[in-house]
Design a protein around this ligand. Structure first.
Ligand code: DXP
Ligand SMILES: NCC(=O)COP(=O)(O)O
Length: 238
């Protein structure tokens, strides 16, 4: 079984559009857990365009499954994670003005920086993950930082799947997962995973511990309903 962590960034996007508290992010997170979601993921960005730093504090008080905070470990992010103490922190190298995450870390170039940050969080007992492209050298570089897990950046898989090339799309992820497992790393994945492409990914990428899914899951819920969609993902991840 692979754990489904639901990314609620898009719930915050909708809420912020009117400046009030509709939809209520906390209630949605509680409902996701009630419907069977096994984790909540957030990705507070420096401009707080969707998740606000205060949301992280509020969610920590109510999440009973697993809270995963993703982001670029700039000083304010590190301070937030230190304060909130989520179950997992995922380091993502996104620029402040990036529309969304668009690359994994160069774990060789940033070896010292990542090693220091990984140590900082691991010393507090926070499970730490590094967002990477499915490139063997980057997996090896991640392992050398002492990190617990990697999160495979799955946009390219999603692109290839949508073009009708699922095997071409998944092959680098299978190879990366085998290497990561051999090196003792846990394997997470995320970005642009959807009801359409998740089953093939799960069936073809070994040792997949957790996926975080937001944009597609929330969009699909408009048509199919949140409870239904959470359970549709879970059956594809069983
Ligand atoms: C790391 C990752 O792939 C997701 O966290 C993604 O970046 C979601 O962020 P947005 O919701 O801002 O697109
Ligand atoms: N880590 C990936 C994530 O949290 C969700 O990404 P997406 O499904 O919104 O593309």
């Amino acid at each position: 079984m692979t754990v489904l962590s639901v990314n609620v960034n898009k719930i915050a996007t909708l809420r912020n559009a009117r400046g009030g508290n509709v939809p209520n992010l906390i209630k949605v997170a509680q409902d996701i857990e009630r419907f069977g979601g096994q984790g909540i993921t957030i990705h507070p960005r420096p401009d707080e365009r969707h998740i606000r730093y205060q949301d992280a504090r509020d969610l920590k008080k109510i999440v009973t499954t697993e809270l995963n905070i993703e982001g670029n470990p700039i000083d304010s992010f590190v301070q937030l994670v230190d304060e909130v103490q989520p179950h997992q922190v995922t380091l993502v190298p996104d620029a402040p003005d990036a529309i969304t995450s668009n690359a994994g870390w160069d774990t060789i170039k940033h070896h010292s920086y990542l090693s220091e940050i990984v140590k900082h969080f691991k010393n507090q007992g926070i499970r730490t993950s590094i967002f990477v492209d499915p490139v063997i050298e980057m997996i090896e570089g991640a392992a050398k930082t002492g990190v617990d897990r990697i999160e495979l950046y799955t946009e390219e898989y999603a692109v290839q799947f949508s073009k009708g090339n699922p095997e071409k799309g998944v092959q680098p992820y299978r190879d990366a997962a085998l290497k990561a497992h051999e090196l003792g790393l846990g394997i997470n994945a995320g970005h642009d995973l959807s009801l359409e492409n998740i089953k093939y990914f799960k069936e073809n990428v070994p040792n997949l511990i957790e996926v975080s899914i937001g944009h597609a899951l929330i969009s699909e819920s408009i048509y199919l309903g949140l409870e239904n969609v959470v359970n549709m993902y879970k059956s594809r991840l069983a």
